[in-house]
Design a protein around this ligand. Structure first.
Ligand code: 13P
Ligand code: SF4
Length: 363
């Protein structure tokens, strides 16, 4: 969801970065244990340096759930992540998103009204088969609640295959939201035949499928996608392999199957980091994920070659909205007892969404 952000004023927006960074360090020190700054791996360096904890979506959700003593959590990531943190933290904790415009285009592709409509249409043609909904964590709290209410679970890029296996052990079919590619890549990894996986096209009657196709399917994929990871192609892999036969390719599972299927390895941002950090000095990598993470890996491991898989830098522009000026603005307000940009999920939605999140954490 893309929310409106108030103008924080020239005293923040027109200030030099060095000065902002000094002030962030100072106010963060004053706030001490009152605040926890969580940063996703795609955050820009000037913000990432202030993290108390960094991680992929799963790790950050767990970190938010663990530390119950800090009253303020400043989430440097995107809106759905802050919502999950609000659901998993206690009522005494407040979660702040430094720039409310930091949404996720993929999460916005699964609008709850459209999902409800699709579910009703699907139920009509599957003659009583049990459908288990699974949603990628990159989704609204309302979609997570929808899934929780129907016995389903959330998944992340690090546990999608496990959650899919769990869901198929409980029902006849899985309706997977909102990322077609994570769903397809996980289904293929589990050996589910291609003709048992169907695509549900948003805005089309029956998702553009014939009733008998849906009835015979095992996994139904919502047709959402990540605008960043869709930029990586099989041609990029070919190009790197032609250029250097020693190069290895590691990509995020939000990439298309033509990319994931040809890569040497795929996995969440945490897996990508582990893969490069555990590789031998001198090794060469082309990485299919967001550019801030690729550049950080390249700086952290100067004895290895780390390149972006694409010749063009693939930036998540919504993650990039979290800038030092906004982080400082939130922290300075907290220091005088004012909560700005607090992200809250209403209690009814939170209760149902928590069912789906807790099921994932238990799997
Ligand atoms: P990870 O959970 O792998 O960090 O992915 C989150 C995300 O938004 C990737 O686009
Ligand atoms: Fe959403 Fe893609 Fe950005 Fe991740 S990288 S937050 S999926 S747009």
């Amino acid at each position: 969801m893309t929310l409106r952000q108030i103008d924080i004023g020239p005293q923040y927006l027109e200030e030099k970065e060095e000065f902002l960074l000094e002030k962030i360090a100072d106010v963060k020190k004053r706030l001490g244990d009152q605040v926890m700054v969580l940063c996703h791996h795609y955050q820009q360096e000037s913000v990432f340096g202030f993290a108390d904890s960094t991680g992929d979506s799963l790790k950050l959700a767990k970190d938010a759930a663990k530390d119950r003593d800090r009253p303020y959590i400043v989430f440097c990531g995107v809106h759905f992540m802050a919502e999950s943190a609000d659901i998993l933290t206690s009522d005494r904790q407040a979660v702040m998103l430094p720039d409310r415009r930091a949404g996720c285009p993929m999460a916005d592709m699964a609008v709850i009204d459209h999902v409800e409509w699709a579910w009703q249409e699907l139920e009509k043609v599957v003659s009583g088969a049990k459908i288990i909904p699974v949603t990628y964590v990159n989704s609204s709290a309302r979609l997570k609640a929808f899934v929780g209410e129907r016995g389903g679970a959330v998944c992340t890029s690090s546990n999608a295959e496990r959650v899919l296996t769990w869901a198929l052990s409980r029902g006849d079919k899985v309706f997977f939201f909102p990322d077609e590619h994570l769903g397809r890549n996980s289904a293929i990894a589990l050996g589910i035949p291609e003709d048992e996986t169907v695509l549900w096209k948003r805005g089309h009657h029956m998702g553009g499928n014939r009733p008998e196709t849906l009835a015979g399917s095992k996994v139904i994929l919502w047709d959402g996608y990540c605008t960043v990871h869709m930029q990586f192609t099989a041609d990029h892999i070919r190009m790197w392999r032609e250029k250097d036969s020693d190069i290895r390719i590691v990509v995020h599972p939000e990439c298309r199957y033509e990319v994931v299927g040809q890569a040497d390895k795929y996995g969440s941002t945490e897996t990508i980091i582990k893969t490069i950090s555990e590789s031998e000095p001198g090794s060469k990598w082309a990485v299919g994920t967001e550019i801030n993470l690729v550049n950080r890996l390249s700086r952290q491991f100067p004895d290895r070659e780390v390149h972006s898989l694409s010749p063009f830098p693939c930036l998540c522009s919504t993650m990039y909205r979290i800038k030092p000026a906004y982080l400082l603005w939130v922290l300075e307000n907290l220091a005088v007892g004012r909560e700005v940009n607090r992200i809250t999920v209403d209690p009814k939605t939170a209760e149902k969404a928590k069912l789906a999140l807790d099921r994932m954490l238990a799997i």
